[in-house]
Write a protein that binds this ligand. Structure first.
Ligand code: NAP
Length: 328
């Protein structure tokens, strides 16, 4: 059992805590918030014995082994460094950082301090992702893929009223691609590897970030199109088209249902399994297993995926002069 603490008190932190406790690998011992009231409330709810408003003080507690960070994207790097330097393993929410330079620096600090740094990207740690990966060969030669993640954000309502929710600003490293697009992108990189070419076509909002966009990944013999948006809604499924058949995924995150359609027999086969409703439980188990067994090979594979994903979102932004606050 690993003792963990959390940073940030949004709904995702509660989801993570619940999944972590359900995984039976992690025990909550500390909560950090900028507000003492919020920290105490969350700590009390989940029986953590300490709460903090000073991040350095939490990082200095030798009982804490792992820290989960769910603050705004632009803050991840600074906070992660504090914990890595204090020899805590860090599980940082997606998108892990603003750019590749930050990620490379953080992995270096993690190595120097003998700890691991993980990106919490929930869909690629699930049983249905594994099934998809194992069965992908059924489709034969892949030709095209369409992966939408188009979900109207309630925060867009406040943005339209003139407010600036973090995820809709460049200052906090927001935007549709890094917020939602990273799910289909991580899935694509996990299944198909690094693309030969990347091209991003954003629809920009008044804050300069992408409210929606289309990311095209070009591979040797096929093309993967990722659609992401926080300003509209879609009921489109994901499709992976090969010469022998097509995979249809009801959703990209979580991957709830996978059906394979044979191009020749026209038969449909459901391949997915029922997943746990708190699907972050799978990433908790993966990270805990790597920490406990010091599985460096598995860790390196996760690092590679996170690096490729971040390199692509950075290139996509550069193509369109989308510059984050920390980069100015
Ligand atoms: N895996 C998933 O399914 C999933 C889902 C949603 C979000 N996320 C990720 O989780 C992270 C947080 O997302 P969110 O929507 O919860 O973000 P958020 O509401 O903007 O901020 C999250 C928390 O960070 C703290 N915070 C807010 N502004 C801050 C600032 N200027 N400086 C330092 N801390 C600040 C707040 O906690 P305190 O007031 O308590 O300090 C807040 O509750 C993001 O990286 C996002 O991409 C992941």
């Amino acid at each position: 059992m690993l003792n963990f603490a959390v940073v940030g008190t949004g709904w995702i932190t509660e989801s993570f805590i619940q999944a972590a406790l359900e995984s039976k690998h992690l025990k909550l011992v500390g909560v950090y918030s900028r507000s003492a009231d919020k920290a105490k409330k969350l700590a009390d709810t989940y029986h953590a014995y300490r709460y903090y408003t000073d991040i350095e003080e939490m990082a200095a507690n030798p009982e804490i082994e792992v820290v989960y960070i769910a603050s705004p994207n632009s803050v991840h790097f600074k906070q992660t460094q504090v914990f890595l330097k204090n020899k805590k393993h860090v599980i940082c929410e997606k998108p892990i950082f603003s750019n590749l330079a930050e990620l490379e620096a953080a992995y270096r600090i993690a190595d120097e301090n003998g700890v691991y740094l993980f990106e919490a990207i929930r869909n690629v740690h699930t049983p249905n992702f594994q099934i998809l990966k194992e069965k992908l060969h059924l489709a034969g030669k892949l030709r095209s893929t369409v992966l939408p993640y188009i979900q109207y954000s309630s925060r867009y309502d406040s943005f339209l009223k003139g407010e600036n929710p973090n995820v809709f600003t460049a200052e906090f490293s927001g935007g549709a691609l890094v917020d939602l697009g990273v799910y289909p992108l991580s899935l694509a990189v996990g299944l198909f590897g690094e693309p030969k070419q990347v091209s991003y076509h954003p629809v920009r909002l008044r804050s300069g970030i992408d409210g929606s966009g289309t990311l095209v990944l070009t591979y040797d013999d096929f093309v993967c199109t990722i659609l992401c948006s926080k300003v509209s809604h879609s009921v489109l499924p994901c499709e992976i088209h090969g010469e022998k058949g097509t995979f249809v995924l009801a959703d990209v995150a979580p991957i709830s249902e996978i059906t394979f359609y044979d191009s020749h027999t026209k038969e449909a086969q459901v391949l997915s399994v029922e997943q746990e409703s708190k699907d972050m439980v799978y990433e908790c188990r993966t990270f805990a297993r790597i920490i406990e067994s010091k599985n460096d090979a598995e860790y390196e594979a996760l690092k590679t995926r996170s690096k490729i994903v971040l390199r692509i979102t950075e290139e996509a932004r550069q193509q369109n002069d989308i510059i984050f606050g920390t980069e100015k």
